[in-house]
Design a binder for this molecule. Structure first.
Ligand code: DGL
Length: 280
């Protein structure tokens, strides 16, 4: 069994594809001093329609790879992985791997932030089929804020639109409007929509077109970044193990050229990437 003792290294950010870049970007804006490694499992995206076991397996392989790359801390910048794999990794795998490194998700910080945003106490969640079916958001929201009514809607076409760089196309409008109408028809009092998939911020301009002007649209990047900053301020031992040369490396399981091009557009900067394969 592989053991991962604590060592100094970069913060790892993982996603099934490009979506986690929306999280990485905000984390780096807030804490540019640290080292980062991004891993996109683009060869096997999307995860949103995959079973629990497969998402767990794939996510575990990615976390292991990020540990191999020296990360003391990994952020699952993916709601689907956070919903389906985080708990199992924290409970089953981390103890076997040495128990000192940490894996954090994006759902808990998002749920904690909702309370101060919604006034009507009616919230809509948009996510992948996996995230919505897992009921992770309604369950977590009920635990912390039982007075909030939660409705969710899965948007199976939204991730492919982003992964295929079609998020600005006219065709995207059809799928964006369709899913928003579905969500809002479930509850007319919704005043806050959570983009519970890290790919969705790329569709924000289209989303704004089809909801009332006063609707709160919650993207997770800043929320997760602030929550991580807070976590590191409370966990000095972990913070001491994060490298501080302001570096950022990118890894993908797909062809480098495609990743490099799309990721550069997402991040508004030219990046280099390396291809890796994942296995247990
Ligand atoms: N970006 C991921 C999320 O936040 C999911 C994308 C996928 O379906 O792979 O859920």
């Amino acid at each position: 069994m592989v053991q991962y003792p604590m060592q100094t290294g970069p913060i790892g950010v993982f996603d099934s594809g490009y979506g986690g870049l929306t999280i990485l970007q905000k984390i780096r804006e807030l804490m540019p001093q640290y080292d980062y490694v991004y891993l996109g499992d683009n060869a096997r995206t999307p995860y949103g329609t995959r079973s629990f076991d497969v998402v767990y397996e794939f996510t575990k392989q990615s976390v292991k790879k990020l540990f191999d790359l020296g990360c003391p801390l990994v952020i699952l910048g993916c709601n689907t992985a956070s919903a389906k794999a985080l708990k199992s990794i924290q409970t089953n795998d981390l103890p076997q791997w040495g128990n000192e490194r940490r894996v954090l998700g994006v759902i808990r910080p998002t749920v904690e932030a909702i309370d101060s945003i919604t006034k009507s106490r009616h919230v809509g969640i948009l996510g992948t089929v996996g995230t919505i079916q897992s009921e992770s958001y309604p369950i977590e929201i009920k635990k912390l804020f039982p007075d909030i009514t939660v409705n969710g809607n899965a948007c199976p076409m939204w991730v492919p639109l982003v992964e295929n760089s079609e998020y600005n196309s006219d065709g995207a409008d059809y799928f964006v409007k369709k899913e928003l109408d579905r969500l809002l028809s479930q509850d007319k009092d919704i005043d806050t929509i959570v983009l519970a998939c890290t790919h969705y911020p790329l569709l924000i301009d289209k989303i704004r077109k089809y909801v009332p002007k006063e609707m709160n649209i919650v993207s997770q990047g800043e929320i997760v970044a602030k929550s991580l900053e807070n976590y590191l301020s409370r966990h000095g031992d972990m913070e001491n193990h994060i490298g501080r040369s302001a570096s950022c490396k990118f890894y993908t399981t797909e062809a480098i050229e495609k990743f490099r091009k799309s990721a550069s557009v997402f991040l508004h900067e030219e990046i280099e990437a390396e291809r890796i394969t994942l296995a247990l």
